[in-house]
Design a protein around this ligand. Structure first.
Ligand code: RB5
Length: 153
C-alpha cells in the first residue's frame, strides 16, 4: 500500500520508527516531514498528507502530533478525507470497518510507540465492512458538497 506520513515536532520522535515499521511490512512510504524536531505547525503537515490521499497519490495517511487531535481536525476538512484520532487497535479496527477511515491520527505523547505500531497495523489490514455502513459513510461525505443544504428537520 502507498502510505503518506507526517508529524509535527511532538510526533517526530515516533515518525522515523513508524516509517521503518511500515517499510518492514512492505508498504511504500512517502514521508512528508518534518526532518527534525524544530517547532512546526501541525496543520501544514496534516494538509500535505490529507491532500496526497484525497488526490489518490497515497492509499492511506498516517499523522502524528502530540495528541493526534490537531492533525485530525485539519485533515478531516479536506474533501474526500475521513480522519480521526485513534488510541487503541480496537478503535483502529472499527474506524476502518465502520467508517472507511483513510487518515489515521495518533498521539506521539500519550500513546507508546509499540501500541501505535499495533494501531497502524490494524488500520492498514482491516477492510471496510460495506453493507449497512456504506450509506452512512456516503452521508458523512455529502458534507463535503458545498451544495448540500443539511438534513431537513
Ligand atoms: C503541539 O504542542 C501540540 O499542540 C500538537 O502536537 C498537537 O497535540 C495538537 O493537536
Amino acid at each position: 500500500m502507498r502510505i503518506a506520513i507526517a508529524s509535527d515536532h511532538a510526533g517526530f520522535i515516533q515518525k522515523t520508527p513508524l516509517v521503518e515499521y511500515l517499510q518492514s511490512l512492505g508498504h511504500e512510504v512517502r514521508d512528508f516531514g518534518p526532518s527534525n524536531e524544530d517547532r512546526v505547525d501541525y496543520p501544514d503537515f496534516a494538509d500535505k498528507v490529507a491532500r496526497a490521499v484525497a488526490a489518490g497519490q497515497a492509499d492511506r495517511g498516517v499523522l502524528i502530533c502530540g495528541t493526534g487531535i490537531g492533525m485530525a481536525l485539519t485533515a478531516d476538512k479536506i474533501a474526500g478525507i475521513r480522519a480521526s484520532v485513534i488510541q487503541t487497535p480496537e478503535f483502529a479496527h472499527l474506524f476502518r470497518e465502520h467508517n472507511n477511515g483513510n487518515v489515521l491520527c495518533i498521539s506521539g505523547r500519550f500513546t507508546a510507540l509499540d501500541l501505535n505500531k499495533q494501531i497502524v497495523e490494524e488500520f492498514l489490514t482491516t477492510e471496510f465492512g460495506g453493507g449497512r455502513h456504506t450509506g452512512r459513510v456516503e452521508k458523512i461525505m455529502r458534507e463535503d458538497d458545498a451544495n448540500f443544504c443539511g438534513v431537513a428537520e
